[in-house]
Design a protein around this ligand. Structure first.
Ligand code: C2E
Ligand code: CA
Ligand code: CA
Length: 446
């Protein structure tokens, strides 16, 4: 073993290269050899050791923006930093474009692997010097511990790759240590992904509609479209589960298009004063074609864009503020309204309200459910309502489950409400029935 360095080139010059020309580190081939070597040394007493895979987050756009020379500079600096900080006895390899491996002979358990991961993350978070500017990067990591995660080099590397893949899926700068539970979680996600893709093609994903009412009169003023999926094998799957999965696996557009088409086909037959509220996910807001796609769909169906409300969350806006702003402006230009969903759950809600032009704010259920128990929540909601009034924003309270909550919110000046107290999400036929009943009630009230 070579302590805290790259692995030396193979003397016989045969087979796959063992030295990376750019960084001088060992390669995937040398990682395989080194694992086989430690495993053989420890054959009698299989003491654990750890393999880590590190992948830089967002390296490609930086490479594209600053050019391949700067990309190479960064990779060399990553190599130097890794070599300088890994524990004694460890070796570092470059196993792919922006992927590195670390072999840790004296890391025996998850907690220590996590600590090493956190230290590497920290070391790589400092800016990289590329001549005229500095860039910042983060890295995701996956670790696998021998022999639990695999007793052969191939299996161990595969387990580390599974752990890395999970880290990548969870966003930037994540660390995962492989376990059987994680492997199972990944298998389940893949199974669900396949079922979901098939369900989209078979047109099996449904849309239900939850009424949004005027709190003063209880009149239905709109409906929020909510995705519904019941799979033959998996049973009912919550959209809170499958929408993020479709986002992660890159087919949220296909899912969202089907949902919007179905929702708009239903909404087009409602009275003109009833609006349709539709959720867009964060991945869609960083895509410049989203606004045109949305408008093309409702145009084909014949739904007036002024009857459409688009719900977006703060996290979505924060992912790429400039692009989100552009998408929102394009929609607002044709009269579609934008609602800020789950208000109060994000980190800088107040700032967001000023930076972007919204039409509506949806106060998160967590405030509503605390209303009757905590007096302080009432003050917070009152402050939100006052602030929205001052900014000419409409307010919808979400998750109203009781008449008492509805009453408090009405007194606090909240204009609209939504929740099980007024009705759960129902299919298109039942939504139509609600509209008819609502019309009859309004008529009888004169
Ligand atoms: P959301 O946008 O915050 O939707 C409101 C969620 O609260 C819905 O859950 C709704 O059924 C639930 N809810 C409504 N009233 C009450 C209540 O009084 N009490 C309680 N406990 N819950 C209530 P659901 O349908 O499971 O949807 C979960 C999330 O999945 C949604 O949260 C939204 O983020 C996402 N989602 C649903 N449909 C779509 C869709 O078509 N597109 C996208 N991008 N996301 C969707
Ligand atoms: Ca929503
Ligand atoms: Ca919400």
């Amino acid at each position: 073993m070579v302590g805290a360095t790259g692995t030396p080139p193979r003397a016989d010059g045969s087979g796959a290269p063992v030295t990376d020309r750019l960084t001088g580190l060992g390669t995937l081939e040398s990682l395989r050899e080194a694992i086989a070597c430690i495993a053989a040394e420890r054959a009698a007493d299989p003491a654990p050791f750890t393999v880590g895979l590190l992948n830089l987050d967002g390296f490609k756009p930086i490479n594209d923006l600053f050019g391949p020379q700067s990309g190479d500079d960064i990779l060399c600096q990553v190599a130097e930093r890794l070599l300088a900080c890994v524990p004694d006895g460890a070796s570092v390899m470059r196993t792919g474009g922006d992927e590195f491996a670390i072999l840790l002979p004296y890391v025996f358990e998850s907690r220590t692997a996590e600590k090493v991961g956190a230290m590497l993350k920290e070391v790589l978070s400092a800016p990289f010097d590329i001549g005229q500017s500095n860039v910042r990067l983060s890295a995701s990591a996956g670790f696998a511990i021998y022999p639990f995660a695999g007793s052969e080099a191939g299996d161990l590397i595969k387990s580390a790759a599974t752990a890395l893949y999970r880290s990548k899926r969870r966003g930037r700068a994540q660390i995962t240590v492989y376990s059987h539970e994680i492997a199972q979680e990944m298998r389940r996600a893949t199974q669900m992904e396949q079922a979901l893709r098939n369900a989209i093609i078979a047109n099996d994903i449904d849309v239900h509609f939850q009424p949004i009412v005027d709190l003063a009169s209880s009149e239905i003023v709109g409906f929020e479209a909510l995705a519904r999926w019941c799979d033959a094998d998996l049973g009912y799957v919550s959209p809170a589960c499958f929408v993020p999965l479709a986002e992660e696996r890159g087919f949220i557009d296909a899912l969202s298009e089907t949902l919007l088409r179905k929702a708009a086909e239903t909404a087009v037959s409602w009275p003109k004063n009833i609006f349709l509220s539709f959720n867009l996910s964060s991945a869609q807001l960083i895509d410049p074609s989203t606004a045109l796609n949305v408008l093309a769909i409702i145009n084909r169906v014949g739904l007036d864009p002024r009857r459409l409300d688009i719900e977006i969350t703060e996290t979505a806006v924060m992912a790429d503020a400039e692009m989100a702003g552009r998408v929102m402006t394009m929609l607002r230009n044709v009269g579609t309204r934008i609602s800020l969903d789950d208000f109060g759950t994000g980190q800088s809600s107040l700032g967001r309200l000023c930076d972007f032009t919204f039409d509506k704010v949806k106060v998160d259920r967590s405030f509503v459910s605390r209303l009757t128990a905590e007096r302080s929540t009432e003050h917070i909601v009152r402050a939100i309502v006052d602030m929205c009034d001052g900014m000419n924003l409409q307010v919808v309270a979400e998750g109203i489950e009781t008449a008492r909550e509805a009453e408090i919110l009405r007194k606090l000046g909240c204009g609209m409400g939504q929740g099980w107290h007024f009705g759960k999400a129902v299919d298109a036929v039942a939504a139509r029935r609600l509209i008819n009943e609502n019309a009859t009630r309004m008529l009888s009230l004169g």
